[in-house]
Design a binder for this molecule. Structure first.
Ligand SMILES: [Ca+2]
Ligand SMILES: [Ca+2]
Length: 78
């Protein structure tokens, strides 16, 4: 039983890491001035996010952090 469960867990963990890396890459790509936050002028390529900026800027600092961007992507996968 254990020998079946272990590879499955490894597989799930690596696909999760691949997604986390993808989020970071997309974030870095959008973060033009490399300050670690996305502001409205950096989100031209993400009209959906701009439209709902207030919704995803959960700490209300008028910037989208990596965590906030990840929440946005996670909720828009469906
Ligand atoms: Ca920025
Ligand atoms: Ca924020």
């Amino acid at each position: 039983m254990k020998s079946i469960l272990v590879p499955l867990t490894v597989m799930l963990a690596s696909s999760f890491n691949a997604m986390a890396l993808d989020v970071k890459q997309r974030f870095d790509h959008l973060d033009n001035n490399r300050d670690g936050y996305l502001t409205e002028n950096e989100l031209d390529a993400q009209p959906q996010l701009i439209k709902q900026f207030q919704r995803w800027d959960t700490d209300r600092d008028n910037k989208i952090s990596l965590v906030e961007f990840k929440n946005f992507l996670t909720n828009n996968l469906h």
